[in-house]
Design a protein around this ligand. Sequence first.
Ligand code: ASP
Length: 368
Amino acid sequence: MNVSRRMFVGTIGLGAAALAGARAMAQPAAKAGAGGPVSISSANGLRATARALEVLKGGGDPLDACVEGVRIVEDDPADNSVGLGGLPNEEGVVELDASVMHGPTHRSGAVAALRNIRNPVLVAREVARRTDHVLLVGEGALRFARRVGFKEEELLTEAARKAWLKWRSELSRDDDWLAEDEFDLGGTDRGEHAGRGEEGIGRARRLAGLGVEFTTGTIHCSSLTAGGDLSGCTSTSGLSWKLPGRVGDSPIIGAGLYCDNGVGSAGATGRGEAVMQVCGARTIVARMEAGDSPTEACLAMLKMIVDRTRVKRLRNAAGRPDFNVTAYALRKDGAHGSASIWSGGQYSVSDAAGDRHEASAYLFEKAG
Ligand code: ASP
């Protein structure tokens, strides 16, 4: 993984030929995986993968393994990226998105903009189990959750409410309403105005000092059984301070999550708008099907995002994305990988070698 990580740095901007060259050089590093059971997750999911591995070792279903792991993080009020304690929308209301995908049956379920239920991933699994639908949103998702027995509660913790109040009191250009000179579709936006952020992860950096760790944040988990069955799930409170009703990539099958039992499972965290616009997780799985290693597949998807980030407000002075996305991939043979646009990322892995964080590959070195 180190080999391909180093080789990919700096390849952006050199075009497809340079990337193809880097990939060719990376070939010897692409090893077969050691099979299951194995579970991978975003960096905030080490407890999730540890729990998922226990379920897998007990002979459990791969989706149950993912869900049982992820619900631990949803239940944790100290994790302000998902579930209870998640950061709210611009009106101070927590709205959650989640999806599940079960490899053996190729069934999926999802909920979006769900209020008052701390475990959207459990509701998503019920959508897949009990209905002929894939995605329920807003009021309909809440009514479904009530009907099948989920308990409603206030999800806004004191810490999240204080962070929201502080953001409200400091409102500036850093909300999700674009100023007139930033409108994206034709009209006034010719990409002439300055980018919003500095080099690096603009949004997170601009909101530093709010006393909250994340302004984005999500948990993804993919699991593989000893028998070679795959599943995945992704859960989030979405971008903090988002417009009410905003739905990110996490509950969109093919964007924040995709699983094909014959190939692999993948997910993404970070700026959902960017992931949706390249069908992120589906793209990763398709790349693995075409022969990429998991890490190469993640990098290829991220490169698609970089190449398509055209409006200036989303780019830094060097023309690179002013946001981050991290991708995760688990192949059917147990090989796994992760990559981010910007350096410094990690992901969680639990397998026979134990529970640990591994470094994510990346496209660009973060300044500082
Ligand atoms: N991908 C999530 C979303 O856009 C947020 C995140 O991962 O930070 O809703």
